[in-house]
Design a protein around this ligand. Structure first.
Ligand code: SAM
Length: 397
């Protein structure tokens, strides 16, 4: 370690990496939680989960093949260093902040990766544009900003090869979840409504915007894996340089929603031919992404890879991957059972038994990591209601 780092610097171990980070104990809030935004160089211990999943996705997507990656917003460099040590990546770590750059360079040396990683101290868009015009072809670009990823989409897409991977974090959950209606309209051009599937809505809006930006550059995207955790969403997209017309035609659509009855569904048109029980017109939200938010085939491969990677098999990752395997191909916005049970005067059923019951009746059904109170199912509301009562949620009324 050199004097270029803060005097209060510690070493943390994450995955197979050991990295210098600012002394976390100096940035703990009154409630005992680390506040990474107070740190002169950003390191969030609780985002280890996001980095574990990033490593797992890269290991799965690239198998054992060496790949070239661009970690545009690196902080201490921990994510990129892990991609190199744990997934075989060679690449570039970048941060606009000179203090972060010092951590990145020291951490590259500390992990003996000087021949595999190069540090840059540039504004992310400037660097990505520069690389595009110098012929560097990127297999994986990672965008992990504070807040919205929108300012980085176009530049991150441009250096990607013909078929590549893009990993995106969004921490602007207020606008994406439609909590902050004005910001949602301003940033995402979406007239939003409060819904009980707010986390799924956020990822559908984010994916739609990614597809929109990509398609302007003649890239087609396919979502491979999505996650919602604490303060952030993270989505991984397969990005292909080809005419995106077919995806846009298929995947641009709307969600209809009945606030009184909690019915919902996906629609290709903004004027769906459905009515809520009782005859009211549903609310219509969109346009947004109505295709699946991940690939079942890819998620199954991620689960297989996790089996072969014991050090990544911690409780959080296992729970997440198992749920994702089950939920990823149930392409219906989840319904919050606590709210539905309240409306129908039933007790909360055992959720696993409910899912089993719906499946035994021939419907698709799954719990979801997006909300532990939620169930995704294509069963009509009447069927779901009866199944709740049959599986222990009979209630008092
Ligand atoms: C959320 S942190 C990145 C965390 C890191 N990826 C990790 O996993 O620990 C965002 C980083 O982006 C850097 N940053 C913000 N705006 C930037 C820009 N326009 N260009 C390059 N870096 C930027 C900040 O200095 C900060 O270190």
């Amino acid at each position: 370690m050199t004097s270029r780092l803060l005097s209060k610097t510690i070493v943390v171990e994450e995955g197979l990496a050991k990295v210098y980070v600012p002394d976390i104990s100096e940035y703990i809030r009154e409630d005992g939680v680390v506040e990474p935004s107070w740190m002169p160089v950003f390191y969030n211990p609780s985002a280890k989960f996001s980095r574990d999943v990033t490593v797992l996705v890269a290991r799965t997507y690239f198998s054992s093949r060496e790949f070239f990656f661009l970690d545009l917003l690196s902080g201490t460099g921990v994510r990129g260093i892990r991609l190199s040590l744990e997934a075989g990546g060679v690449g570039i770590l970048n941060d606009v902040d000179p203090r972060a750059y010092d951590y990145i360079t020291e951490n590259i040396k500390f992990n003996k990766l000087d021949d595999r990683l190069t540090a840059f101290n540039m504004e992310a868009n400037a660097l990505a544009n520069l690389l595009t015009f110098t012929g560097v072809v990127v297999d994986y670009a990672d965008v992990d900003p504070y807040g919205s990823p929108i300012p980085f989409f176009e530049s991150a897409l441009k250096p990607l090869g013909k078929k590549a991977l893009l990993g995106v974090t969004a921490t602007d959950r207020g606008p994406l979840n439609c909590v902050n209606k004005e910001k949602t309209l301003k940033r995402y051009w979406l007239e939003c409504h409060s819904v009980d599937f707010a986390n799924e809505l956020g990822i559908r809006v984010l994916t739609y915007v990614t597809a929109l930006r990509a398609s302007a550059l003649n890239y087609a995207i396919t979502p491979l894996l999505y996650l919602s955790k604490a303060h952030y969403f993270r989505v991984f997209y397969l990005v292909e340089r080809r005419n995106p017309y077919e995806e846009i035609s298929r995947c641009k659509g709307y969600i209809w929603y009945c606030r009184d009855t909690l019915e919902r569904g996906l629609s290709k048109t903004g004027e769906p031919d459905v009515s809520c029980k009782g005859g009211k017109r549903p609310i219509v939200i969109g346009p947004l992404w109505v295709c699946p938010l991940g690939s079942k085939e890819f998620v199954d491969r991620v689960a297989e890879n996790l089996e072969k990677t014991p050090y990544l098999k911690n409780r959080d990752v296992l729970k997440y991957v198992n749920l994702l395997k089950s939920e990823v191909d149930v392409n219906v916005p989840y319904i919050r059972l606590d709210l539905l049970c309240k409306k129908i005067g039933a007790n909360m059923p055992n959720m696993d038994s409910l899912v089993e019951r719906l499946r035994s009746m021939g419907f698709r059904a799954s719990r979801t990591h997006l909300d532990y109170r939620g169930v995704k199912t294509d069963a009509p509301l009447d069927v779901l209601t009866s199944a709740i009562r049959e599986t222990g949620g009979a209630g008092s009324s």
